[in-house]
Design a protein around this ligand. Structure first.
Ligand code: ADE
Length: 244
């Protein structure tokens, strides 16, 4: 997969691309990331990429002609163009899974007061990473790139993301490592007994419980099988007892 990021602040991406799993994925040619300077597509002598808004108001608006030139120069038939904006569709694991299958994505980072609205006709998808406003789309672009890169083949150890929170529709079960006893707080006994079926049940129960108690929105979309239905009854009873 290739990810092209069109931005006015390429330097923000350097530590992100040169650290840990992302760095290794790039070095092993599992993903290619290209940073593109939007300013290179300005065509006046002062390299302006933005201008004052029609109708008045504070801030500057990124010019549609500059964006169009940047896209024309970098788009291929395989490109899916994404605009990062707080007005976009809220990003979630389902969108990640679908973007991860693309051959090439172009992420256009917003900045200042936003883009000339006519930019939207040149993008395939507008994405927001949450209901809050950032100073620009660069951090959102990193969120998108990170979440998509980790799903590329051979980036993570096989199977390591299958139990991720959201991947199964449930939040992830709790994990522990040594020491077994930390200041009197012990690791659940079931995890050290070596009984894989018991461990599977424990983890499923904990996933169901955390999702049920913390994220009713996710839980309501999850289809329970017979075993999970029985676990839910137990979780409900347990929750009632702790509130008594
Ligand atoms: N730009 C500013 N805020 C943003 C958000 N929440 N998501 C994506 N891009 C943004």
């Amino acid at each position: 997969m290739k990810i092209k990021i069109i931005t006015l602040f390429k330097e923000m991406f350097i530590p992100f691309l040169e650290t840990s799993i992302i760095k290794r994925a790039i070095n092993n040619n599992l993903v290619e990331v290209e940073l593109i300077d939007l300013r290179a597509y300005a065509n006046d002598k002062h390299n302006h990429v933005d201008d004052t808004p029609y109708g008045g108001g504070v801030g500057m608006v990124i010019k549609v002609d500059v964006v169009k030139r940047a896209l024309d120069a970098n788009k291929t038939n395989a490109s899916k163009v994404i605009l990062t904006t707080p007005k976009g569709k809220t990003y979630n694991q389902q969108i990640v899974n679908s973007l991860a299958k693309e051959k090439e994505i172009i992420i256009l980072c917003g900045h200042y007061e936003g883009f000339d609205e006519r930019v939207c006709q040149y993008v395939d998808e507008e994405i927001s990473i949450g209901d809050y406003v950032l100073t620009g789309g660069e951090i959102a672009a990193m969120v998108i790139a990170d979440s998509v890169i980790r799903l590329q083949k051979d980036v993570l150890t096989k199977g390591s993301y299958e139990d991720d929170s959201f991947q199964t529709g449930l939040l992830e079960y709790p994990q522990y490592t040594r020491p077994f006893n930390f200041l009197g707080s012990e690791v659940p006994q079931v995890l050290v007994n070596g009984n894989h079926e018991e461990i599977r049940k424990y983890r499923l129960y904990e996933s169901l419980k955390t999702t049920y108690l913390r994220r009713k929105d996710l839980f309501s979309k999850y289809e329970l099988n017979q075993e999970e239905q029985e676990m839910l009854e137990k979780i409900k009873k347990e929750a009632l007892q702790t509130t008594k």
